[in-house]
Design a protein. Structure first.
Ligand code: BGC
Length: 782
């Protein structure tokens, strides 16, 4: 609890308090950097621009030699104090003894895996997500790391994209709140503290908008949509003082992010005043040749450095090409200095010049065992994981289960301690993870009443299995049962028939929601749907525990199951957290941060769409309206949706006024009552819509939310303040404006079922409008 309180403080840090954090060059720092730059040779400078890992083209020994020869500025994928020490020792043997920094993909925890990004976002609980980031920083820095390649803040509206799993979902407002909190929690009160790590937010920009959800694909998007719906989380990272920004792999309106001067120099540096370090993504500088914007790697290096890419990840292009580019005058030494200054500045902010071993310490402090249990934060991980679970269906109060029941735990993911960690689970150990089977067994406490059958493999398709199991991986990520599918199914039905209730743990192998893992279908892979049908046929109550990294189209499974619990990949303590919800030790409170489409053909499906000329109306359906005639209208589960074991009632919405004057505030209030029998939390969500703007505005846009806990019978007034600022958006001229006129304000416990009122933003220059406050009416009276 004390940790949580400390973290809440970071969330509330003001912009002024961030001064002194990365990005603000104090005079002392500027003098230090000038002095150091003045002593460096061109080769040493170019070395600083390289961020490399051990890999096929670079052995550990070669890397150590490069560090000692001042030819490398940063090292990634090295985690562990003793190994980091070996590299820092090499840096201390270099001519100028410039320290290297150590970076790693710490996306949702480090040694302790927290839920994946979509899971964290499902909590709608900023302090809890902050806590997970603070713990990640503590564990990462204790492993000698200085920088983490997170938070991943790409808005994703296409669930075919496997990397949707890593981010905060589809909404810019929600994503921005998590982003700023996580950046502050990772970086701590001061970056130069041993327990702080530099956040490198990614992937700037628009990676999540890759066409068709196909990873690395192109992005073509209007500037106003970009500014409105996709760029805010990156800007939120900058405003929170993020130290570094990683560029995306994609082209943005034709120009790759890695060579995009407009993106880096105009938007990031000039408009947003970012003062930190820019990193390319893995090999992305050389990839400019594949993009067809450079004939050679030399041209690629030139374009990247000129566009403002300070550091080249997994680099050979900067190393091989920059010397000749400077010699020929194609790249100036000033351009090199600009980039080097950013790298050295990051090291300065991280406190590495004062103490290169700040996060490494000396050998006497090294843990005897790197994955010592005592290095984990299990109770915090369980707490956050419980909050990340989303109850999508609960027919006839099928859940919670009784601990006296016998439970058949079935499904290819039920015993998996690998999948539950999710991808990018850093160095969290599967051996330390709690599977769903483990969690249910702990809760029931009597092995005889926990039955198990695998039921099906995650996939029977050899090509899919080959894809998931990297050659040589030992053990393979995905295991295949040697029995026939028919035998597995038969066993599952027999096991289910012996139990009081069936819990089917189904979904995707974690590798299906990863980099490069785009899907063309969103159904349950393999024979899992058949398994669910067979389990249903036993007549036993059927609970689906979904484990997946993207919205799935599971309408059929939804219809036949009694209860559905979305668990994403919930991390080290996932199994215990899931059992807490299944048996009612925790009342679920998660809400979806991303829309579930009914079918892949409905993509894109997101809540903040435009109304169109012919919106489909459920009450008066027209043949010619904006929908698919061969699919039910609307999503399977809307954004913001999630059930509880108790019942919350929301009153009509009241406004403090039907007029909002610029400079003033308007209060929108509802009374929320827990009319059920259990204490529980829910998330009250506020949406707005501009009804008469100069461009068509989304039918709903999230502008506020509050997570509240209510005891049975308790009611609470929840109020949101709206000001002109909340009504601003980017118009066709890219001006951020609030346009006078009528607005709708909506409050609900999800984005579909809302209470609505209207008000008018007054134009100070014109007459007073009196608005007829009836959502059904469009009449305005002057
Ligand atoms: C990914 C990044 C990641 C980097 C280093 C890239 O392929 O796109 O998100 O940080 O690898 O692991």
């Amino acid at each position: 609890m004390r940790l949580l309180a400390a973290i809440t403080l970071y969330v509330g840090l003001s912009a002024q308090a961030i001064a002194g954090m990365p990005g603000t060059e104090t005079e002392e720092k500027a003098r230090f950097l000038d002095d150091l730059l003045g002593q460096m040779t061109l080769a040493e400078k170019i070395g600083q621009l390289r961020l490399n890992c051990i890999g096929p083209g670079l052995t550990r020994e070669q890397m150590l030699e490069e560090v000692a020869a001042s030819a490398l500025g940063g090292v990634f994928y090295v985690a562990g104090r003793s190994e980091a020490r070996a590299f820092q020792d090499a840096a201390m043997r270099s001519r100028l003894k410039i320290p290297v920094f150590f970076a790693y993909d710490v996306i949702h925890g480090h040694r302790t895996a927290f839920p994946i990004g979509l899971g964290l976002a499902s909590s709608w609980d900023v302090p809890s997500v902050s806590m997970s980031a603070r713990i990640a920083a503590l564990e990462a820095s204790a492993d000698g790391l200085d920088m983490v390649f997170s938070p991943m803040v790409d808005i994703a509206r296409d669930p075919r994209w496997g990397r949707a799993s890593e981010g905060w979902g589809e909404d810019a407002y929600l994503a921005s709140r998590f982003t700023e909190a996580v950046v502050r929690s990772l970086q701590g009160p001061r970056l130069s503290e041993a327990s702080s790590v530099m956040a490198s937010s990614k992937h700037f920009a628009l990676y999540g908008a890759a066409e068709g959800g196909r990873d690395f694909n192109s992005v073509d998007m209007s500037l106003s949509k970009m500014y409105q719906d996709y760029l805010p989380p990156y800007q939120a990272a900058v405003n929170a003082g993020v130290g570094a920004m990683m560029l995306s792999y994609v082209t943005i309106n034709g120009v790759p992010a890695t060579s995009n001067r407009w993106l880096i120099r105009d938007v990031l540096r000039s408009q947003w005043q970012f003062k930190g370090l820019t990193l390319s993504d893995f090999n992305a500088v050389a990839d400019l040749v594949s993009h067809g914007v450079a004939r050679t790697r030399r041209e690629a290096a030139m374009r990247a450095i000129k566009a403002g890419v300070n550091m080249s990840m997994s680099d050979t292009a900067y190393r091989d090409e920059l010397p000749a580019l400077v010699k020929s005058g194609a790249v100036t030494e000033e351009e090199i200095d600009e980039a080097v200054r950013a790298v050295l500045g990051a090291k300065y902010d991280l406190g590495l010049f004062k103490d290169p071993y700040l996060r490494i310490g000396d050998a006497s402090g090294d843990p005897a065992q790197i994955d010592d249990e005592r290095r984990l934060h299990r109770s915090e991980a369980r707490d956050v994981a419980r909050k990340s679970l989303v109850l999508l269906k609960n027919q006839n109060a099928a859940l919670p289960l009784k601990k006296t029941a016998s439970v058949a735990v079935v499904g290819p993911l039920a015993k998996s301690r690998v999948d539950i960690l999710g991808t990018w689970s850093s160095i969290a150990s599967p051996a330390q993870a709690v599977s769903v089977y483990d969690g249910i067994s702990h809760a029931i406490g009597d092995p005889k009443r926990v039955l198990y059958a695998r039921g099906a493999d995650i996939s029977d398709d050899p090509a899919v299995l080959d894809y998931l199991n990297a050659p040589g991986a030992n053990p393979p990520d995905v295991e295949v049962d040697p029995r026939t599918p028919e035998n597995m199914l038969k066993e599952a039905v027999e096991v289910a028939s012996q139990a009081d209730v069936v819990v089917a743990v189904v979904g995707e192998a974690r590798g299906m929601s990863h980099e490069g893992a785009s899907r063309s279908s969103l159904t349950l892979p393999g024979r899992q749907s058949l398994l669910i049908q067979a389990l249903k046929a036993t007549g036993k109550p059927l609970v689906l525990v979904l484990m997946n990294g993207r919205p799935l189209s599971i309408g059929q499974e939804h219809d036949i199951a009694d209860a559905v619990l979305e668990t994403w990949y919930s991390g080290t303590e996932g199994g215990n957290a899931i059992a807490d919800v299944l048996f009612g030790d925790y009342n679920p409170s998660g809400k979806l941060p991303i829309t579930f489409p009914r079918s892949v053909g409905q993509i894109p499906t997101y809540y903040s769409h435009l109304n169109t000329s012919r919106p489909f109306k459920v009450s008066t359906p027209l043949a010619a309206s904006s929908r698919y005639f061969d699919e039910d209208y609307g999503p399977l589960y809307p954004f913001g949706f999630g059930l509880s074991y108790t019942q919350f009632d929301v009153s009509e919405l009241t406004l403090s006024s039907t007029i909002l004057k610029p400079g003033e505030r308007l209060r929108a209030s509802v009374v929320v009552k827990n009319s059920g029998k259990r204490a529980g939390e829910t998330v009250v969500q506020l949406y707005i819509r501009g009804l008469s703007a100069s461009v068509s505005r989304p039918v709903k846009e999230l502008k506020g939310f509050e997570k509240i806990m209510l005891q049975p019978g308790e009611e609470r007034v929840v109020s949101f303040q709206l000001s002109e600022e909340d009504l601003k958006y980017y118009n066709a001229q890219l001006e951020r404006v609030a346009e006078p006129g009528p607005f709708s304000v909506m409050v609900g416990l999800d984005s579909r079922d809302v209470k609505e009122q209207r008000f008018e933003l007054l134009d100070p220059a014109s007459d007073h409008y009196v608005f007829d406050n009836n959502p059904g009416a469009s009449r305005m009276m002057k």
